[in-house]
Design a protein around this ligand. Structure first.
Ligand SMILES: C[S@@+](CC[C@H](N)C(=O)[O-])C[C@H]1O[C@@H](n2cnc3c(N)ncnc32)[C@H](O)[C@@H]1O
Length: 395
């Protein structure tokens, strides 16, 4: 396959890969090393703002059968000048360098920066190099130094097993926009948890499936809480249907979506109070994206009996919900349910037992080409209760 674009995946690369497969189709994606992926779709055709679990996309400008820095840097110096020709004729260029999975020390990195500056000067351009404290720049640095702007260049060098790719970044994750959506909304509630907007976006993508085959979906969140999933679904252009057991939560969602509408997003939500284990949803949703009840928050690892009790309680509620949903939805309805999974201090993951009975409950689990389903557990290093992203289709 002729690869045209390169993605740098987020903190949990398996989740980033599953999202790319879901949106672009598995046949268009190939993992590269443990942090990146290649695609045959041109970078400028990627709807990058919709992706929650990739941090950069770039256009590939070079590929080499080399993984040692001296050989890699020689190719880099060959392809770099062509980028300069595409820049606006006037103005100081801002240049950054990010290197993934390649052995490079700080001296080599420094010398490479100097060499690239020299090439800029030879082309008659003044340049400012963004300093690296690590081989890779973080998203904040790329964003705030405007390296994806008209006068910016970030070079991405990513190693696979025997090959290295050079790309230049065309879009970076807009961490400021996510923070504004997260912290700006009027109603937040630490008790129901704080779902990060970028994870909500990924949940919606996993539920909606390939973009090219997506029709005008309405996304249902039957555990809508403060409405983070619906908020992201609205920004992505979906119709919204939200229900929650607690009237106060439905009110919070209403207020948060009204706030979003005030910022220019078209939002026409259908919201009602309902117990997800018994509610009848009318009209029947075309896709279901939610973070279910996660059980009580835990600050320390519970004893085995307590843990079993917590898991059982969640299992009963979520299983009842899934049976209720299956009784109403047609074959082919796709869902991404973020359900709880518990991570012990030794790193062992405890899953809901219903995961072993998905077929009896009326669902098939979606299989990804490049990711195992069990890898899709979102959790921060210090968290006990993680979120397992269960991607399923009504049989
Ligand atoms: C983990 S929170 C979801 C938070 C949500 N993602 C947000 O953006 O705030 C789970 C939600 O499920 C609701 N809930 C718990 N049991 C429920 C049930 N049986 N039916 C419907 N909602 C339920 C709670 O009220 C809570 O709002």
């Amino acid at each position: 396959m002729m690869y045209k674009s390169l993605f740098i995946l987020g903190r949990q690369p398996a989740i980033g890969l599953a999202e790319l497969e879901s949106v672009l189709g598995g046949a268009h994606i190939q993992p590269l090393g443990d942090r990146a992926a290649l695609s045959d779709i041109p970078a400028n055709e990627i709807p990058f703002g919709r992706l929650g679990s990739s941090v950069r996309v770039g256009a590939i400008i070079g590929e080499m059968d080399a993984v040692q820095w001296p050989a890699v840097s020689r190719t880099l110096y060959k392809v770099f000048p062509s980028l300069l020709h595409e820049m606006p004729a006037e103005g100081k260029i801002k240049l950054g360098l990010s290197i993934f999975s390649l052995p490079i020390d700080s001296k080599q990195l420094f010398r490479t920066g100097l060499e690239l500056k020299k090439l800029c000067k030879q082309a008659g351009r003044s340049v400012r190099l963004v300093p690296n404290s690590e081989p890779e720049l973080n998203s904040a640095s790329v964003l705030h130094n405007q390296l994806t702007g008209d006068l910016g260049i970030e070079l991405l060098l990513v190693r696979g097993s025997n090959t290295t790719y050079v790309a230049h970044t065309t879009a970076v994750q807009d961490i400021d926009a996510y923070a504004a959506r997260d912290q700006g909304r009027p109603k937040r509630d630490a008790r129901v948890g704080m779902l990060p907007p970028k994870l909500a976006q990924t949940i919606v993508n996993l539920a909606a499936g390939p973009l090219e085959s997506a029709t005008a979906h309405t996304v249902l969140d039957p555990f809508c809480g403060t409405g983070v999933v619906l908020q992201e679904a609205a920004i992505m252009g979906y119709g919204l249907y939200g229900t929650d057991l607690e009237p106060r939560m439905v009110e919070y969602t209403q207020q948060n979506l009204a706030w979003l509408a005030g910022r220019g997003t078209t939002v026409m939500p259908h919201l009602e109070v309902g117990d997800a284990t018994t509610h009848t949803w009318v009209p029947v949703p075309q896709a279901v994206a939610c973070e279910t009840y996660l059980g009580r928050p835990l600050s320390s690892w519970p004893n085995p009996d307590k843990l079993q009790e917590i898991i059982n309680t969640c299992n009963v509620i979520i299983e009842k919900f899934m049976r209720n949903l299956a009784s109403q939805t047609p074959s082919g309805t796709r869902c991404c349910l973020a359900v709880p999974a518990w991570k012990s201090p030794q790193g062992r993951i405890y899953h809901l037992s219903l995961l072993d009975r998905l077929s009896d409950l009326g669902y098939n689990q979606v299989s990804f080409e490049h990711v195992q389903a069990a890898e899709l557990v979102y959790s921060r290093p210090d968290q006990i209760v993680g979120r397992e992203l269960l991607v399923i289709i009504r049989k």
